[in-house]
Write a protein that binds this ligand. Structure first.
Ligand code: TRP
Length: 459
């Protein structure tokens, strides 16, 4: 019993293309930029263990639930939730879940684009030879100069938003598929090259030890929350991006195995990025907990000293731009698709509107690294001391995505009838279905709620 709904936005040309697109969405700055600096700030191994647990117990069930809902609803998250809630005779306020996701997408993309802009700037820095033979102080200086100049940040942020919207305007097959097909395999190979360099030239043992020896005394409620938030962020789940991509998935594809493949690829890339970066950090006595500048202050050192470093550096930052690009698309696609459905406007108009809104919100992040870097918002609250950028990231990744994740699981596990979810998942083995249902109904929602309560000091 498959539903007869159809996507008005098109379909992936095959199951494999969905895996590529979803992996393209999952693998991005989250793996190469955010994972290393979060692990660095939160004590290494302990963070990594928590993150892996969250991926397995929370991230994967949410991802499967998202694809399931998306494929059944075949439209933007807001309308998918509306249609599916009606089908189950439930309140159509479930569509608010889609709306919260769209908001989170805008929030994340607005700063994601600024960081992708740093990466673009580093492509140019590398080819112009800035890093040849540099010291770690000089590398730090290059980074500081970049982030303290709002005009340069603005230029690269604007360029990145334009690049993203160009692909979104072209639509599912001509835009999204083309972009991921070629780029993901090259990026993967290049990260392996970086790991090989770190193995030979860096302090590989120190890197390994940092990433894989958990020091449980480092685990605070905030570290737990960050690890959970990052698990959602890196898999792109909790806001409807994967739901949207699921709505373009052909009927005959298996949701279970595709989700596992995506999660596995994403995790492997994050760990490899860690193995490429930390050996260089320790070999050069750099600070692992230095925050968002980490990869920009470490990798150029490696490129500056390795044979062919200019070429590899150029290739690396270029591919990171592409990885960010294929992720950015998924952050905005749900909003673009919804505007098209809701107001019957063209894809171009919808993309331009969404691009402009994101660009404007991104100005806040641009300034939070220079003009506003002394302004810390919400003094006297638990969120004190955070800049505009920190605040957006904290709210979206650590609060909104996990909250969206719970609601997605509750809908797929409790609201949707067992017959419907069984029919849509079509898992070969009944026990795999049972496992998914157990995770989606109990483990994932309870896990997120317990972590929230823990942070609030209640548990
Ligand atoms: N997962 C991406 C990364 O790791 C970022 C991303 C893309 C994302 N789409 C998303 C995060 C949707 C949350 C929700 O870089």
């Amino acid at each position: 019993m498959t539903t007869s709904r159809a996507s008005i936005h098109g379909y992936w040309s095959s199951r494999v293309m969905f895996v590529f697109a979803a992996a393209g969405s999952a693998i991005g700055l989250g793996n190469v930029w955010k994972f290393p600096y979060m692990a660095g700030e939160s004590g290494g191994g302990a963070f990594v263990v928590l993150y892996l647990i969250c991926i397995a117990l929370l991230g994967i069930p949410v991802m499967m639930s998202e694809v399931l809902l998306g494929r059944r609803g075949r439209s933007s998250p807001i309308n998918t939730m509306h249609v599916l809630a009606r089908e189950e005779n439930r309140s159509t306020s479930w569509s608010l879940l889609g709306a919260m996701g769209i908001l989170a997408g805008f929030m994340i993309l607005s700063y994601y684009s600024v960081i992708a802009g740093w990466t673009l700037a580093y492509v140019v820095e590398t080819v112009s030879g800035t890093f040849s033979g540099v010291s770690s102080e000089e590398v730090g200086e290059v980074f500081n100069q970049l982030v303290s100049d709002p005009w340069r940040l603005l230029f690269w942020h604007t360029l990145f938003i334009v690049l993203t919207m160009v692909v979104v305007i072209r639509g599912v097959r001509k835009g999204l598929e083309m972009a991921v097909r070629l780029l993901m395999p090259i990026l993967f190979t290049l990260i392996l090259v970086m790991v090989a360099y770190a193995l030979v030239q860096g302090d590989f043992y120190a890197g390994l030890k940092f990433l894989f020896t958990p020091d449980f005394s480092k685990i605070t409620p905030d570290v737990v929350l960050k690890a959970m938030g990052h698990a959602f962020f890196t898999l792109s789940v909790g806001m409807g991006a994967i739901m949207m991509y699921g709505s373009y998935l052909p009927d005959d594809a298996s949701i279970g195995s595709t989700s596992l493949q995506v999660a596995l690829a994403d995790t492997v890339v994050a760990i490899l990025a860690g193995l490429a970066i930390f050996p260089i950090v320790f070999a050069n006595n750099l600070e692992p907990g230095q925050g968002p500048g980490l990869i920009f202050n470490t990798l150029p050192l490696a490129f500056g000293h390795m044979p062919g470093g200019m070429f590899f550096g150029f290739l690396f930052f270029t591919l990171l731009v592409f990885a960010a690009w294929t992720s950015a698309i998924s952050l905005i696609e749900p909003a673009v698709a919804w505007l098209i459905e809701r107001f019957s406007i063209s894809r171009i108009t919808s993309s331009v509107i969404c691009g402009l809104v994101t660009w404007a919100v991104g100005l806040g992040t641009v300034f939070s690294f220079n003009h506003w870097n002394r302004i810390k918002l919400l003094d006297g609250t638990p969120l004190a001391g955070k800049s505009f950028f920190d605040l957006l990231d904290y709210l979206a990744a650590n609060i909104m995505l996990p909250l969206g994740g719970i609601l997605i699981c509750v809908f797929a596990g409790w609201v949707m009838s067992e017959a419907s979810s069984r029919d849509e998942l079509r898992l070969k083995h009944s026990c795999v279905y049972g496992l998914w249902r157990l995770l989606a109904r109990y483990v994932a929602p309870a896990g997120v709620i317990l972590i929230f309560l823990h942070v609030l000091g209640i548990f």
